[in-house]
Design a protein around this ligand. Structure first.
Ligand SMILES: Cc1cc2nc3c(=O)[nH]c(=O)nc-3n(C[C@H](O)[C@H](O)[C@H](O)COP(=O)(O)OP(=O)(O)OC[C@H]3O[C@@H](n4cnc5c(N)ncnc54)[C@H](O)[C@@H]3O)c2cc1C
Length: 403
């Protein structure tokens, strides 16, 4: 049996960040990571399209929390302890400079996730964190204020245990006998499958600022919308998929959405169209794109309003004007299923939030047991927020363990 003062289960983002911080803050502690794969940090490697979207340039804790469909309330306190600015500073101190992109996402200046991996591997080595690869944790047994951990390659004993295994149902099963409950995992961050003439054959078209509602729910969002080969994507849709993860799973991903492509009310839009009818009387509706919406989308919506390509503005009767206003501001689409977003997926679900003390990330059920990262029932929309959750939880748990 191998003894370590601290054992971190899971050599991913949260596990490495925690282990390094524990060893750095308290060099007297023997710290080890148990990782089931041959290499750790697999998700960091592929994250952000291989560039690793480390965090997001949002510096107000309350605003930052609003990107977490699960964890919004619980993360406010932790973000006052460690958030974006601290992440930037931490990486800078450890030799990694980050940059901000126009949309707020932050990446290493190198544009390579390998920079983050190298940083973690170097720091782990420097602070003598021992990483046991190909060690699958199979059982956790609390014994006289210590934990015995059974792995595929032998047993370990430790005083303090940090679980950072991401969304792994097998580990959740091991935690239930210790008194923890698990919020059922469902996918988050997905795109919507939609078959509809109005978006057929125009993949790549982006409406810059739309409002989307899911009918018969309180779910709504705003932002860019991308038409894809299979349906719709981009922030307006991904936000709905995250905030509606549970609700949409219950509906088996079959529901209706209403899109306002121009963010004006139906009546305001109708007034504008009536004016256009006067001003552009002799022009064809099809060819005179309005409201800054993409030309190809305008063509589709005009045809869906019951007009011909040759219809002139002067020919529009009340019904046609109303149809077009409806298509622009209240277009209903039927969603039938979901697809993965650029292979990036996140799982909603995990250790019940009520069972964790968010001042320390220690379990309220078992003393000296800590959690960080996606193993907890916290998840965020895309943009660097999921990693920020991993850094924050890992740092705070590390600080408490190191003390
Ligand atoms: C393709 C992709 C791209 C992404 N891009 C981004 C991005 O750019 N920005 C962002 O913020 N988020 C991104 N995410 C989400 C982000 O990767 C996760 O939120 C984050 O990795 C969670 O960190 P974690 O340490 O909690 O879990 P993980 O990174 O999943 O690490 C868990 C580790 O535990 C190990 N483990 C599991 N079970 C056991 C066991 N029984 N014994 C031993 N070890 C075990 C696993 O092998 C793994 O190494 C992306 C996700 C994906 C899938």
């Amino acid at each position: 049996m191998t003894f370590k003062d601290v054992i971190v289960v899971g050599g991913g983002a949260a596990g490495f960040f925690a282990a390094i911080n524990i060893a750095e803050q308290n060099p007297n502690l023997k710290v080890a990571i148990l990782e089931r794969s041959k290499e750790g940090l697999a998700k960091v490697k592929v994250s952000g399209g291989g560039r690793c979207n480390v965090t997001h340039a949002e510096f107000i804790p309350k605003e930052l929390t609003q990107n977490y469909p699960r964890g919004e309330k619980e993360l406010l306190g932790p973000f006052h302890q460690f958030m974006t600015g601290d992440t930037i500073e931490w990486f800078e101190k450890h030799g990694v400079e980050l940059k901000i992109e126009d949309d707020g996402r932050m990446f290493p200046v190198s544009n390579s996730s390998q920079t983050i991996i190298n940083c973690f591997l170097n720091e782990a080595e420097k602070h003598q964190v021992e990483v046991f690869y190909s060690h699958i944790v199979k059982a956790i047994d609390p014994q006289d204020q210590q934990f015995k951990i059974e792995t595929s390659q032998g047993d370990f004993l430790t005083n303090k245990l940090l679980i950072a295994t991401g969304s792994n149902p097998k580990i959740w099963n091991l935690l239930e006998p210790l008194g923890h409950t698990i919020s059922q995992p469902v996918p988050s961050l997905f795109t919507f499958n939609i078959k509809d003439e109005r978006i057929q054959d125009i993949p790549g078209v982006v409406a810059q600022d739309v409002e989307v509602k899911v009918l018969d729910t309180n779910l709504w969002s705003e932002g860019p919308l991308l038409i894809t080969h299979w349906g719709m994507s981009a922030p307006s849709i991904l936000k709905l998929s995250a905030f509606g993860a549970l609700e949409l799973a219950k509906r088996d991903y079959k529901f209706q959405i209403e899109i306002n492509f121009i963010r004006q009310t139906f009546n305001d839009c109708l007034e504008v169209l009536k004016t256009l009818k006067q001003d552009l009387a002799k022009k064809t509706v099809f060819k005179s794109t309005q409201f800054d919406i993409p030309k190809r989308l305008w063509h589709k919506l005009v045809l869906a309003s019951g007009m011909e390509m040759e219809t002139r503005w002067a020919d529009l009767n009340k019904e046609k004007l109303e149809n077009l206003a409806g298509q622009l501001t209240q277009a209903i689409f039927k969603v039938d299923g979901k697809s993965t977003f650029k292979e990036e997926f996140v799982t909603a679900g995990g250790i019940n939030l009520k069972e964790i003390d968010f001042k320390t990330f220690e379990s309220k059920r078992v003393k000296n047991l800590y959690f960080a990262g996606e193993v907890i029932n916290v998840d965020a929309i895309t943009g660097g927020f999921n990693f920020q959750n991993a850094w924050t939880g890992a740092y705070i748990a590390a600080k408490n363990i190191a003390q």
